[in-house]
Design a protein around this ligand. Sequence first.
Ligand SMILES: NC(=O)c1ccc[n+]([C@@H]2O[C@H](COP(=O)([O-])OP(=O)(O)OC[C@H]3O[C@@H](n4cnc5c(N)ncnc54)[C@H](OP(=O)(O)O)[C@@H]3O)[C@@H](O)[C@H]2O)c1
Length: 184
Amino acid sequence: MNLFILANLYLTLRTLFCKFKMVIEMANFKIIAAIGQNGELGRNNQLLWHLKQDLLFFKEQTMNKKIVMGYKTYLSLPKYLPNRDHYVLTSHKIEDKRIHTFNNYEKLYAYLNTFDEDIFIIGGASIYRLFLPYCQEILLTEINDSKTADCFFPDFDKTNYEKTLIGSYTEEKTTYQHVRYLKK
Ligand SMILES: NC(=O)c1ccc[n+]([C@@H]2O[C@H](COP(=O)([O-])OP(=O)(O)OC[C@H]3O[C@@H](n4cnc5c(N)ncnc54)[C@H](OP(=O)(O)O)[C@@H]3O)[C@@H](O)[C@H]2O)c1
């Protein structure tokens, strides 16, 4: 076998390996959300609760990760969240060059799946609904309170998940717990 054939064989095998890697390298999608007793997520494009420990938990979990959100949630952010890669599903054009926008859910999903890493789905309701079937893990802040809301976390069958209590907290008379739901 001469050198030319060997080089070609090497290149073919390398291409095949890369393609195979792309197929098996699936992103690990995780939902993170804070909900009330009735699945309340927000109202008038605002969060319903502002709990210090919970905001810290969100920061710790999502730090240096890709975060995926809908346009309304993007608009509701007080500012660009430092050290996180923002992906927004929208038909709008966003001028901020730091924000990656996709106007098509399938394309966003396929693109994110080329990364072999944890990717956080941070809301809102419409984005949770889209990604829920592909999320191995749901990190919920379950708040023992109820408020008037105009958007809700989608229903999901808890019997398909293993539930772990991460921690319980009390802040200004509001009690809540961080719970991990891992798909069985
Ligand atoms: N409690 C929590 O943990 C939490 C977390 C996040 C958000 N929230 C709350 O959730 C509420 C917002 O949720 P939401 O469901 O109303 O809005 P959202 O999911 O944040 O954004 C909806 C927008 O995303 C875009 N979008 C959705 N699906 C799309 C698709 N398939 N293709 C292209 N674009 C798509 C559309 O934007 P265009 O109009 O640009 O097309 C749509 O109007 C707010 O109240 C917020 O405070 C709560």
